[in-house]
Write a protein that binds this ligand. Structure first.
Ligand code: FAQ
Length: 318
């Protein structure tokens, strides 16, 4: 049940936000604030869950036992992130079933990046380095979000994501220090994942439908373009360290801005992928639908067991 409005509730909400304090589930909040959070947190959760699929594709083909164990742990972490985030969204009065249904029916989005295929082992390195790297830039900023349960979930997620990024970077380092074929594989993976990673930060600020309101409510603390720029700036030195070339001929240092300038993003491609036209949209949703169906008997068994336990407790108490 959402908290009931009382005189002064909106002023208290505004004062809490202005004071940089957290809004908690027991607090009154504007309905639009609640709905905006449900939208963002649930889509974030879906991204973590669907995000297991590109790397999951390589668990059985990891080149060594150590790589396999690390990748397995990393992919399991992503599932855990989904669970923290679904739990945070549930505190806003939306059920796990409803969120699941929204994902499987295509009503809810998940990050566009996960509709790209992971073609080689180097893609596992590129995903960890770039995709987790971009996710951290965004999520470190979101640790200061105004909604308490979301902020607390993100603190833990960020700690795990930094391990994920390092394992990806280390895979890239190993490939770049290997044979010329291995280095070429790393460059090819970078070429394919770079631009889709820049799209992860969302449309430019002027085109971003939710940013203005989300920044006002301190749900988002930095804009899509600010975060994208931060990611580009940090990636240049990392690519140089690897001896790889970022696939952007317009990339150059701009001393006046104290940032790197970079080329134009293909927003038509972004929209195409959002609208279902990516390489893997269908297979990603099919995998989630199959998992939902395959898990039906487990959920049923658990519910039956819980019912039996309850009935036994009632009998014992009688
Ligand atoms: N993909 O008005 P804005 C990860 C949608 S986690 C798909 O700018 P907003 C970990 C947006 O939802 C990656 N859709 O929206 C990992 C909205 O649609 P709606 C996920 C996108 O919310 C690593 C519409 O466009 N991270 O990778 C995308 O203010 C490796 C208008 O956009 C998060 O979710 C996109 N890239 O800003 C896992 C972080 N961009 O809802 C496995 C939390 C925009 O009106 C392996 N979320 N859209 O139908 C956020 O920070 C924000 O929601 C943004 C978008 C920045 C994603």
């Amino acid at each position: 049940m959402p908290p009931i409005s009382s005189p002064g509730a909106e002023a208290r909400f505004d004062a809490t936000i202005a004071a940089e304090e957290k809004i908690e589930p027991r607090d009154w909040m504007p309905e639009k604030y609640r709905r905006n959070l449900v939208r963002q947190i649930s889509q974030h959760a879906h991204s973590e869950v669907v995000g297991q699929l590109p790397e999951g594709n390589w668990i059985t083909r990891a080149p060594t036992l150590r790589r396999k164990a690390t990748l397995l742990a990393k992919v399991q972490d992503e599932a855990g992130h989904g669970l923290y985030l679904y739990s945070a969204a549930e505190t806003l009065g939306v059920s796990r079933e409803q969120m699941q249904d929204d994902l499987l029916s295509g009503r809810a989005k998940y990050a566009s990046i996960f509709n790209y295929p992971s073609l080689t082992w180097a893609d596992v390195g590129a995903i960890g380095w770039l995709v987790d790297g971009a996710a951290i830039v965004n999520q470190i900023s979101l640790c200061r979000t105004s909604y308490g349960p979301y902020a607390r979930a993100l603190v833990r997620i960020c700690k795990e994501e930094s391990f994920h990024m390092r394992q990806g970077f280390e895979i890239m380092q190993t490939l770049c220090g290997g044979t010329s074929e291995q280095k070429a594989m790393a460059q090819d993976a970078l070429d394919r994942w770079w631009w889709p990673t820049l799209m992860m930060f969302g449309p430019h600020d002027a085109e971003s439908a939710h940013s203005q309101q989300s920044m006002q409510w301190k749900i988002k603390r930095q804009s899509n373009d600010e975060l994208r720029q931060k990611f580009v700036d940090q990636s240049v030195a990392q690519a140089e360290h690897l001896g790889l070339v970022l696939p952007d001929s317009d990339l150059k240092w701009n001393a006046a801005r104290d940032h790197y300038d970079f080329g134009a993003i293909d927003w038509d491609e972004f929209q195409r992928v959002l609208n279902g036209g990516g390489h893997c949209n269908r297979s990603r949703i099919k995998a989630r639908r199959d998992a939902d169906q395959d898990g039906e008997w487990v959920r049923e068994a658990m519910l039956t067991y819980a019912d039996k336990q309850r009935a036994r407790a009632v009998e014992d108490a009688a």
